[in-house]
Design a protein around this ligand. Structure first.
Ligand SMILES: C[S@@+](CC[C@H](N)C(=O)[O-])C[C@H]1O[C@@H](n2cnc3c(N)ncnc32)[C@H](O)[C@@H]1O
Length: 249
């Protein structure tokens, strides 16, 4: 792994480790009940269209085993199982509250997703176990080198990793406009949904986490450095969101 990434990972770790360890679980415990509604509200439905676009990039077949890392309320697993009922879906997330909402949502569609409550820096699954791994809207909260290495380990040779997150736009002006928009959005949403104290305290963190994160091209380099092959990175909305598809050789 290139030294630049290791230095940047160490800077992210220094800046955010206390929030990652002590605050995020309280934030998601509060947010779980309104997470999906708040996202749709804050983006005026744009997030649902972006998700459709991301889902359209994911190829799955009946009988395959898929792991959704940081699955939250199971939106990815539910959508993919509805498209391909023969798919076996596993969800991993540290938040029991987010997964409880996800279990109810899956149940309403008559679906069962196998849930594991864990810290995804140590995935409790064997090597070469999954055909497909997905990770949406969480990697900026993670030690991403560690988690992508874990994803690589649990994928079978030939398996595919699909990633989507809010990223740091490559251009300075876009970054400033985007961060200003996010600050306003977070202020409106936290008041509209009466967020708890932890979520209020983390509002600045949600913006800073993006400022210190990677661009689409940088994440492609990182995946390459970890041994993934056939990497396709796609910038969406001027690089504020990025999709990645990568294979294990
Ligand atoms: C913004 S939500 C995204 C949820 C879902 N993937 C989606 O796209 O709607 C981030 C999720 O990551 C989970 N998460 C954050 N850090 C984690 C960690 N270290 N281990 C496991 N889950 C974590 C949170 O509990 C939360 O459910």
């Amino acid at each position: 792994m290139n030294d630049v990434f290791l230095r940047r990972e160490s800077a992210r770790e220094q800046a955010f480790a206390p929030i990652w360890s002590n605050e995020l679980d309280d934030v998601f415990a509060d947010v779980a009940a309104y997470y999906d509604r708040a996202n749709t509200f804050a983006t005026l439905g744009l997030i649902d269209r972006i998700r459709e676009r991301f889902l359209a990039t994911i190829e799955v077949e009946a009988g395959q085993r898929l792991l959704d890392v940081c699955a939250g309320t199971n939106v990815i697993g539910i959508n993919l199982m509805r498209r391909q009922p023969g798919l076996e879906v596993f969800a991993a997330d540290r938040s029991a509250a987010m997964q409880a909402v996800g279990r109810d949502l899956a149940g309403r569609h008559g679906l069962r997703i196998d849930s594991t409550i864990c810290d995804v820096h140590h995935l409790p699954f064997p090597d070469n176990h999954f055909d497909v791994v997905t990770l949406q809207y969480a990697s900026r909260h993670l030690r991403v080198v560690r988690v992508f290495s874990e994803v690589h380990r649990v994928l079978r040779p030939g398996g595919r990793f699909y990633h989507c997150d809010m990223l740091r736009p490559a251009g300075r002006l876009t970054e400033e406009l985007y961060c200003a928009y996010l600050k306003v959005c977070l202020a409106v949403v936290s008041h509209a949904f009466r967020s708890n104290a932890a979520a209020m305290r983390c509002r600045d963190y949600f913006v800073e986490a993006i400022r210190m994160f990677y661009s689409t091209a940088e994440l492609s380099d990182l995946l390459r450095g970890l041994g993934f092959t056939r990497i396709v990175g796609t910038s969406v909305l001027a690089g504020t969101v990025g999709f990645h598809r990568a294979s294990k050789a």
